[in-house]
Design a protein around this ligand. Sequence first.
Ligand code: MD3
Ligand code: FE
Length: 205
Amino acid sequence: RPESMGDGAVLLRAFAQAQATDLVEAIDVLAEVAPFRHLMTPGGKAMSAAMTNCGAQGWVSDRRGYRYEASDPATGKFWPAMPPTFHALAVRAAQATGYNGFDPDVCLINRYEPGAKMSLHQDRDEPDQSQPIVSVSLGLEAVFLWGGTERSSNVRKIILRHGDVFVFGGRSRLYFHGIAPLKAGDFPGVGQRRLNLTFRRVAPI
Ligand code: MD3
Ligand code: FE
């Protein structure tokens, strides 16, 4: 049931459904150690999506730019370890879509509340862009905006729902993408929010 979306992107609808409640519970525990925060863009504006991380490094943004850091600037502590269940899910999704050997060391956790969005961007902060990215959607559905190699490329709209897993490799790894402003709602067991996990490889293999 993997759905090829072209250019190395594969959508696995409901792939994480059976574990979704456990994932949400684990995210809430991680957020007690490394709280969600609204990072500042290099331009000085707070992002509307709140973020935290688990794993060997975490993605951070401030006026100095975007980068990965081994410790959480908000607490000074190392990011919490990636739960083995998270890692196993990402590896299983990568294998199911033909990306064998994916061994993610970083998991960025995004939290969207109603109105929050993510503007069109490329993910370029990982040194080895031949490594795929595995994305897991939880809670409220979102309109995923999926472009191409240019900011001006036509954008497709794809609804991402609770338990959906999307794997981006090959050419799609560098495509522009974003999330439209989240519509209000309440998802049973998750609440008035959408959570997204993105698994990445940052350290050299
Ligand atoms: C396509 N997150 O964390 S997930 C991000 O829903 C990010 O929170 C969005 O964009 C979210 O960087 C979109 C889907 C996604 C994630 C990473 C990608 C799509 C991607 C990387 C390359 C191409
Ligand atoms: Fe992204």
